[in-house]
Design a protein around this ligand. Structure first.
Ligand SMILES: *[C@@H]1O[C@H](CO)[C@@H](O)[C@H](O)[C@H]1NC(C)=O
Ligand SMILES: *[C@@H]1O[C@H](CO)[C@@H](O)[C@H](O)[C@H]1NC(C)=O
Ligand SMILES: *[C@@H]1O[C@H](CO)[C@@H](O)[C@H](O)[C@H]1NC(C)=O
Ligand SMILES: *[C@@H]1O[C@H](CO)[C@@H](O)[C@H](O)[C@H]1NC(C)=O
Length: 967
């Protein structure tokens, strides 16, 4: 960088301190010529960009984002909207770029007029021009620059792969971009904030053996003038879009092409890209796209915007699943390709779900964009909702999985909020690091949980009308979620559905701008005719006793149903009353009429249960009086199907969570799950087991209690599926191809499968004598089946699995095998498994390491080993995982069951040490780790005795083990 001596420096002092852009100019269009050289030892990229600007004030300063970018030359000229500017310029730039990138030749033309100041900590460049830009005129800033090709899937990155379709061992190269949230600034100097939407005209230079792709269709391709075998490909001008959606790819992949007709009959070209041997595995993805796009277009009332859409997978382990670049969606390989016969239904679900999420983004996020990162929960949350809707629509046989996945996602966000003081959904974001942190489960899962609640309380029709208006009014713009709430508010008030005091914006703000969530307490008055409702914030396990936390209040919609008119339909999710910050406690007649129903419903049923918040209609948990819990328990025993599965799981999850928060008694909780010893209710059982397991781990120190737990949990296990109960959830446990009666001679059962049979199949797989049906059965539940073999098997099975895991297996299969291997009960083998992370000859991806270590931490035998490994290899592991925070996540997993004061001391010491060494460490996480251990200790002290006596009593009265086969 060279500096000039004569400059007029005005306005520089006014620049903001934060890392957001000071806005003296507004970009309106980019014209980018982009030349990446990705193969070989000196990857580099050269570019020239014209940015059309409109100053919002008269200035000579242009501030742009740029990171690791070297500006070579700057030009500026005024653009006259009528008549052409000197277009001779735009031809030269291609030649100049060729010279610059291939031979390092560059003739400076303009730079002498300019000063460039870099502000690396803000990732900004200040360009101080000699000429003054006049407000409201338009200028074209031209920048020649050189930037980096990365290897870490950020900015413009490259990857190579073995090119199996040529004769031998030729490397194939792949180059592509990942900009979100703020890596576009590594690829070109630009205004890298989602609030700036502009059009783009792009040309990419590439080897003629490769194909160049961008958001828009190619319009023209021509040979380079001085460089043999290289070409320039140009693309048509895009509609306005933010920098983070920009996509630039070069690849030698093949493609499968399809035509899609949008709702106004325009045709859209769909292309699915992959290596030739991958193309057959695209069928699942290709099948669902038209249905899903069509559903979205109909719902939002807008056709898909662009003339084409490409789908491409990177030949590398991306640290995200997929990226919704407008018209050019990038996937992780195992999210675009589904391998029939190798992948199971769970993988199919994830392929379909990922596609659904990214297609929803083509509207939420791409057509209308957030105006700043602090508000992405609305857009990600919407995509979370549609990902489930689209999956159910396009793949009806995945409906059950889709619903369970939605419930699990919401629950996981609540659990985070129960353990640490999490951030609010809408939060301040100023620094680049904050931006990255926005992409967390609170944004995604709480975001969609809150929108689902919103949809329930305004009703599906109003919600949809608001979406249609929102899309129509704000397409091609960047807006805040507040705008959506305003539209919805108008919508519900126009229809007089809401009282005047109800304001959608205000209601939603109470959820999005404060952390944590409320518990609704529901108590029946002794006369049975009235109930009292109140709200209290969940007492997070962290030792927070500030008034601020205690005084939190929400607007809470309360839906309710009861035993005499159980209604879990859409209607039943509509609120009958509200708890508000002004009226946080409410006494109402038992069962008030719903505003939408016309029945006069008053009752005084003393012996009927009442149920609030059914089917997760709100983002809360409900605390009943003991009598009501017992009425519910009785219902579950008599006929659990009266209450649907999602609600059953929710009740049990609420009960365990509330007991943990010391708001209810374990006696009542264990009564609630009693019915699970009589019927096979797989999803709900897994919810109960999740909590029981945790309780059991906490009582590890207490031998006799642990034994009681083992006994009790044994009772909850089913030796096989109840065949008479043929509801959809059986798909999850009944592995394809298994005859439920075939296990008659089975000697050893585990987790509902016959161990003998799995062993026989595994042996057959080792010998290569396995039948096709056997193979299918093994792969459908690969992880569980192999886990059994690793747990009970010997050296031969272990060695065979090990060999399989280092063979060139499909990535999703490999991570299942590694997970299964972590089930081993042999110290030596577990040690060997852990050694793979830094193994000199095994190329283990960081993703595989992460999954494997996390699974190992679940195995009590491996846990101390894992903890020690993480502690002693902290820095090295940090370098192994590219994603910051992965180390901490693993430490959290490996320490979550620690429950003695020695363990606490050891961990405190380690954490204190870490905090000293690493100033950037996320302290809310380390504090959470220590708080959880303290909570475990406290729990054991407080509850062991009671749990002991409850379990002891259950042991005597519990039913015998084989009842399920009598049924
Ligand atoms: C689309 O094409 C179909 C069949 O060719 C025709 O019936 C329909 O009217 C067309 N719709 C529009 C919006 O042009
Ligand atoms: C679900 O549907 C897909 C596609 O129609 C099919 O290939 C798959 O086998 C089905 N799965 C089940 C469990 O029926
Ligand atoms: C709703 O509440 C928001 C935020 O408190 C306020 O700005 C808005 O004016 C209110 N709308 C109406 C119609 O009262
Ligand atoms: C909570 O904080 C108070 C005051 O700092 C302390 O006395 C108490 O022991 C803490 N409780 C737990 C469970 O850590």
């Amino acid at each position: 960088m060279r500096f000039l001596d004569i400059v007029t420096l005005f306005l520089l002092a006014n620049l903001s301190d934060g890392q957001r852009m000071g806005s003296f100019v507004r970009p309106v269009h980019y014209d980018l010529a982009f030349l990446p050289i990705i193969s070989g030892g000196a990857p580099r990229l050269c570019g020239h960009v014209f940015i059309d600007l409109e100053p919002t004030t008269t200035t000579n300063l242009v501030t742009l984002h740029g990171a690791d970018i070297t500006i070579i030359d700057v030009s500026v000229e005024q653009v006259f909207l009528v008549g052409k500017s000197n277009s001779s310029h735009s031809k030269d730039r291609f030649l100049q770029l060729e010279d610059l990138c291939f031979s390092g030749l560059f003739e400076l033309v303009n730079e002498a007029h300019t000063v460039i100041q870099e502000e690396p900590e803000k990732q900004q460049l200040n360009i101080i021009l000699k000429e003054t830009l006049i407000k409201e005129k338009r200028y074209r800033l031209g920048l020649f620059y050189v930037a980096k090709v990365n290897d870490d899937s950020r900015g413009f990155f490259r990857a190579n792969y073995r090119n199996d379709h040529t004769s031998c061992c030729i490397q194939g190269w792949f180059g592509g971009t990942q900009m979100e949230p703020s890596s576009a600034r590594k690829v070109l100097p630009c205004f890298d904030e989602p609030g700036f939407k502009t059009t783009y005209a792009i040309s990419i230079g590439h080897d003629k053996a490769m194909t160049a792709l961008s958001n828009m269709p190619e319009t023209d391709t021509r040979p380079m003038e001085n460089t043999r075998d290289w070409r320039w490909t140009s693309f048509s001008r895009s509609p306005p879009m933010p920098t983070y959606l920009l996509a630039l790819f070069v690849t030698d992949y093949d493609k499968v092409e399809r035509i899609y007709k949008v709702c106004n009959n325009r045709t859209v070209k769909m292309r699915f890209w992959g290596q030739p041997n991958q193309l057959p595995h695209l069928r699942q993805s290709i099948d669902v796209v038209p249905d899903m796009l069509h559903y979205m277009e109909k719902y939002v009332g807008q056709p898909f915007t662009l003339p084409k859409i490409d789908f491409i997978a990177a030949p590398t382990q991306l640290d995200f699943e997929a990226m919704e670049n407008w018209g050019l969606i990038l996937f992780r390989e195992n999210r675009l390709f589904f391998k029939e016969g190798i992948d199971g239904e769970g993988d199919r679900f994830q392929v379909v779900q990922t596609m659904a999420h990214e297609l929803a983004h083509q509207f939420f996020g791409n057509l209308v964009t957030c105006d700043w990162w602090s508000d992405i929960a609305f857009y990600e949350g919407m995509c979370g909702i549609f990902e489930i809707e689209l999956t159910k629509h396009a793949m009806p046989n995945l409906t059950f999985r889709a619903e369970m996945s939605q419930v699990s996602a919401i629950r996981s966000a609540m659990k985070i909020e129960e353990h640490i003081q999490a951030a609010s959904v809408i939060r301040e974001v100023e620094k680049i690091e904050d931006t990255e942190m926005m992409f967390d489960p609170i944004t995604y899962n709480k975001g969609s949980g809150l929108l689902l609640m919103l949809r329930n309380f305004v009703g599906h029709d109003h919600f949809r009308n608001a979406v249609v208006t929102f899309m129509e009014r704000y397409q091609f713009q960047s807006v805040n979620s507040q705008k959506f709430m305003e539209i919805l508010d108008e919508e519900v008030h126009r229809n007089r559905e809401f009282g005047r005091g109800m304001n959608v914006t205000k209601i939603m703000n109470s959820w999005t701008t404060q952390d944590a969530y409320p518990i609704v307490r529901c108590t029946r008055m002794s006369d049975g005719r009235r109930i009292r409702l109140s709200q209290l914030p969940h007492p997070v396990l962290r030792n927070i006793t500030t008034d601020e936390h205690a005084n939190r209040l929400w607007w809470i919609p309360i839906s309710m149903t009861d035993a005499s008119r159980p209604d879990f339909s859409q209607q039943g999710k509509y609120p009958r009353v509200w708890l508000t910050p002004e009226r946080p406690t409410l006494e109402i007649p038992y069962f008030p009429p719903a505003s939408r129903h016309h029945g006069q419903e008053t009752g005084e049923e003393e012996n009927t249960w009442i149920l609030l918040n059914g089917e997760f209609s709100g983002y809360t948990r409900v605390l009943y009086d003991d009598r009501n819990w017992r009425l519910i328990s009785r219902q579950l025993v008599l006929n659990h199907t009266v209450i649907p599965q999602v609600t059953r799981a929710q009740l049990i999850d609420d009960a365990f969570t509330l007991a943990l928060a010391e708001l209810m008694d374990y006696q009542v909780v264990l009564e609630l799950i009693e019915y699970l010893t009589m019927v096979n209710d797989e999803f709900v059982r897994s919810t109960a087991q999740f909590h029981l397991r945790w309780m059991k781990e906490r009582t590890r120190q207490n031998g006799s209690l642990a034994e009681l737990f083992d006994d009790y949990m044994e009772k909850l296990k089913f030796e096989r599926s109840d065949i008479e109960e043929s509801n959809e959830n059986n798909n999850l446990i009944r592995s394809g191809g298994f005859d439920p009666f075939d296990g008659a001679g089975c000697l050893q059962w585990s987790e509902g499968v016959c161990v003998d049979k799995i062993f026989r199949l595994f042996q057959a797989q080792m010998d290569g004598t396995i039948s096709p049906e056997g193979k299918r059965a093994m792969t459908e539940n690969l992880e569980r089946n192999w886990c059994l073999v690793m747990r009970y098997g010997g050296k031969d099975e272990w060695k065979w699995a090990w060999r399989m895991s280092v063979n060139d297996v499909w990535s999703s299969q490999r991570s299942k095998i590694l997970s299964a291997m972590s089930c081993s009960q042999d110290q030596g083998r577990l040690k060997q498994l852990l050694s793979r992370v830094f193994h000199p000859t095994i190329q283990q991806t960081s993703r595989d390491s992460f999954v494997m270590i996390e699974k190992m931490a679940d195995n009590p035998l491996a846990r101390p080993m894992v903890l020690n490994f993480i502690k002693t290899n902290w820095e090295r592991l940090g370098r192994h995982f590219k994603r910051s925070g992965d180390n901490l996540k693993l430490l959290t997993s490996a320490s979550k069951y620690l429950s003695t004061s020695e363990e606490l001391n050891e961990m405190s010491q380690f954490v204190a040490d870490l905090e000293k060494r690493d100033k950037k460490l996320d302290r809310s996480v380390t504090a959470g780790i220590l708080d959880d251990i303290r909570a475990n200790i406290r729990w054991a002290e407080k509850h062991s005795e009671q749990v002991y006596s409850v379990l002891e009593a259950r042991r005597v009265t519990g039913r015998t083990k084989n009842r399920s086969t009598e049924a």
